[in-house]
Design a protein around this ligand. Sequence first.
Ligand code: ANZ
Ligand code: ZN
Length: 826
Amino acid sequence: DMKYDFKSLEPKWQQYWDENGLYHVSENSERPKYYCLEMFPYPSGNLHMGHVRNYSIGDVIARFKTMEGYNVLHPMGWDSFGLPAENAAIQRGIHPAKWTADNIDKMREQLKSMGISYDWDREVATCLPDYYKWTQWLFLQLYNNGLAYKKKAFVNWCPSCATVLANEQVVEGACERCGASVDKKDLEQWFFKITDYAQRLLDDLEKLPGWPEKVKTMQRNWIGRSEGVEVEFKAAKSGAHLPVFTTRQDTIFGVTYMVLAPEHPMVAELITGTEYEQDVKAFIKRVQQLSNVDRTSNELEKEGMFIGAYAVNPVNGTEVPIWITNYVIMDYGTGAVMGVPAHDERDFEFAQKYCLPIKAVICPPGEDLSGETMTEAYIDPGVMINSLSFDGMENTKAMAAIADMMEEKGIGKRVINYRLRDWLISRQRYWGAPIPIVYCEKCGVVPVPEDQLPVILPTDVEFKPNGESPLKTSPTFRRTTCPKCGGEGERELDTMDTFVCSSFYYLRYCDPKNEEQAFAKDKTDYWMNVDQYIGGVEHAILHLMYARFFTKVLHDLNLVTAEEPFENLLTQGMVLKDGGKMSKSKGNVVSPEDIITKYGADTARMFILFAAPPDRDLEWNDSAVEGCYRFLNRVWRLMTTHMEQLQKGADQIDLAMLTPEDRDLRRAVHQTVKKVTEDISQRFNFNTAISAIMEMVNAMYTYQEKVGSGGNPAVFREVGEKLLLLLAPLAPHIAEELWHLLGKEGSVHQADWPQFEAEALKQDVVDIAVQVNGKIRDHIDLSPELDGEGMKSLILAHPKLSQWIGEKNIAKIITVPKKLVNIVIK
Ligand code: ANZ
Ligand code: ZN
């Protein structure tokens, strides 16, 4: 058959791989290990092109590393707790467990139809008790080590999803998932103390040269380390403490007012019983509608009001009015800011709006500056003025001098603040891992003992989107006995953020069936770290930060050796259509299922790998898909047409018998092996690797056209085998079929990656330009091996020498090996 029958051949090989346990791995000390991991999907029910891209990239790497001789772990599973399952239950009356299990079955089939080399024996699903048992166990490890705590907190509340959101899940004041505007609510919530690890999470980014710089920058900004001073302001009348956090202590003499976050506890104290009380309360209500992200954004329209009280500046005793404002947030620094309008843009805007005084304390070198005439804040370095003994000093030097002075006088101390907040993990949701805590009247908060895990998620619940955990409605779940005293107890009704489940799945893959432990240390010691992690850049902050945090906690508890989970990270670009993102709402979605049905999985994979380097966005292009399909058929035709010649080719090539055509073909193929190996292993440039293979196939056609059946079967067999080996990671099915047609034993995917021979790369002859007195007169073929002296003697003996120089004498001969000779005559 002249056409590659992918419809029957792809399922045939998928079944063969499956039945022969080709991708099943276990620890093996004889081979170096390689852990290749793609971010596991949420089982929405349908694979999209982003998945296809993610998993195709991972599969090439996994198959390539296997052929290179590594013992490759390449697992897949399901991030299967979460809101959509619950919404399906509310909207369509299907239980989340059933909805999820059906979707997993569907997506597993789709993944299998792509022919990805997963070890399905290691499959995990975070919603199953044998997995979430360990999610709960991890919660206990954190709880027992003071890293999980409960506190009342103003939290982000999405009224539409009826749940609390982590700061990270609020994007421009809206719920990341549904887009509804986020409110604030004061609720008891569970937190993980990720802030204890802020400095290490920051420092250890230096140990990750295999991560994209942009991801590390995003993490650095999210951690947001900042060095400053906490300065002891006091309320003028009561003398109550009102410390501020500033990174610009050099501007302390320029303070003209103080601003507090409206939620600052001192606000209530200062206004109670005053004429300001009502207005301030109304203002607080309004401000709390905004998220912290909005409040710290530059675009925010700054608003505030005077609250009738004054604060004393400790460096000079000046009294300044106290205001509240929307641009100061409670959970950063101390929730109190010293207002320096002359040198801070936000403060300048605020002072102008409310006619507060502006006092300059730093001026540009050699210039004067006065608060009354300034039109914008002066934020650059300069010389200190209006600052008593510090006048005349460079402000950059005054920073340290003033901090020293404050520490000496006991009116301030140096502190380091981080933007990073503790991780809020409780959700008033059903479809998540129950938090293993029991409340007892007598014993208080009691963790469920490890041997009583898992705390099983009950099925007898009602789904009502009313903001309360559906677990409340379960008659069997809520009431329990206290593990400590045996008396009556009540279970925690919140479940955990699904990011908790996905923060350790890469460890569970190392030992997925262990019933005694989350993972045995010798197993994680063997497989960790993940050598290559591949996923979307949308996980640059949350998932990657949480996974790093968990790994460090587990390292500190001596449960894993690794301190960082992911050695190398590849963030793949998006798949675009018509210049925009593929999305249901735009109606421009290309379904992987359709493409695989129409062209086969190998074509789909080839296209997605060929269309762009993996970290760049990729534009969907129907004719390029066609092109890849035609290319694979071209390979098929070439190999099947010459199958007899290929089959009878000897394994050994007689190098002495090679014709120039043989040598040309071998050179092209060995060069391709070299290039593809470098493109895949050094840069993951699958696109250039594929175009090199396409050129190689052209060279094979050219050879056949030139020599036809007179070609050297051993040579053609050699290049044919190399072609299949190079194609194997990219188009695994067609490579396997042709490999077997060639009569090879075993799977192409377990064969060794092809090597190139330096000898075969050598060119027979190169074109040398012959110049006379700098002008090109002729071209001759010489061996590229010749050095300058060798070239000279050949020129002097050349039959055409007299044609070139005539009657003249040779003054000297200049040579550039592989390029030219210049005969200087006179
Ligand atoms: C006075 C000052 C003068 C400031 C000046 C800046 C420039 P980073 O670098 O992000 O840490 N700040 C402190 N706590 C705040 C809060 N809870 N809400 C809003 N703003 C707050 O920023 C530190 C600066 O942000 C601090 O330094 C403080 O303003 C403000 F010319 O103090 B600065
Ligand atoms: Zn008790």
